[in-house]
Design a protein. Structure first.
Length: 279
């Protein structure tokens, strides 16, 4: 990364973050597909997946726009771009291209895409209005804008795990200290309405997890990508962090343990046929 996003992005890159994003995207993919179907994605459309990471919504978008449509995935991190390109090749998604670029300054011409999707970018970076402004700019009049952001209120472990609770607290604090908020999801509906979009809708999704599902380790995976910030901000000592991670790892493999993922707030709307600039 080499722009303002690098300075503002809370989570460190590298292999642990690529793997965390891969697991997260695959766990959420059925709900992303349902979202696209409810929002109304047309065959033959052009679609942009902003900050797509290693997986994003590239496959669901590819399937829905069909061979006459096109999908562009964009991400700033070269490692995630490379992983996404490998993902596209492995699935044979011939209508998908992945490029490196800044979601806040994409470089695409105005009114380029029928659909623009952005997931989990406001939470780690902030700059919600800047993101919406660029999203509206590159969307065609009448086109669809879809955003997804998290809300930690549902995120829990049953039976309770002290390590899980501590890591969740520290993760939320890291985002806050970075000038952003893990709980960006509830603000999406108002954001899209303030941006002048038509037909704004929203819904929330939380996933029950059990049987040692890989997404049950999400607090551990976030902690790995936030380790430097956790220690630099003295939110935990190395020993405290290791003990919390070990507690979650033990909880995950217990057959009686189940978890609820963080809530994913999904919001969408249409750019007006004669759209004002996002406010």
């Amino acid at each position: 990364m080499n722009s303002d996003i690098e300075r503002r992005y809370v989570l460190d890159g590298g292999s642990p973050e690529v793997e965390r994003l891969r697991i997260q995207s695959l766990a959420l993919e059925p709900h992303a597909e349902s979202l696209l179907d409810e929002a109304g994605l047309s065959e033959g459309a052009s679609a942009l997946d902003l900050a797509c990471g290693p997986v994003g919504l590239l496959r669901p978008l590819s399937v829905r726009v069909g061979p006459k449509g096109r999908v562009v995935g964009l991400d700033l991190d070269p490692a995630e771009v490379s992983a996404a390109q490998d993902h596209v090749r492995s699935l044979g998604l011939s209508n998908v291209t992945v490029v490196q670029g800044d979601a806040f300054h994409t470089g695409f011409e105005a009114d380029s895409f029928d659909v623009v999707h952005a997931r989990f970018l406001i939470a780690p970076v902030g700059r919600a209005h800047d993101l919406l402004t660029e999203t509206v700019r590159v969307t065609k009049p009448g086109g669809l804008i879809v955003m997804e952001e998290p809300d930690s209120s549902a995120w829990n472990c049953y039976p309770p795990s002290a390590g899980f609770a501590r890591l969740k607290e520290v993760i939320r604090e890291c985002f806050r200290l970075g000038g952003s908020s893990f709980d960006a999801g509830p603000g999406l509906f108002a954001l899209l309405r303030a941006g002048g979009l038509d037909q704004v809708r929203t819904r929330g999704v939380a996933i029950p997890l059990y049987d040692s599902h890989p997404f049950m380790r999400s607090t551990v995976q976030f902690a790995a990508s936030l380790r430097r910030r956790i220690l630099e901000n003295r939110l935990m000592t190395e020993t405290e962090l290791e003990l919390a991670v070990a507690d979650v790892e033990k909880a995950v493999i217990r057959p009686e343990t189940w978890m609820l993922s963080f809530l994913v707030i999904q919001a969408w709307g249409r750019k007006p046929k004669s759209a004002p600039a996002a406010r």
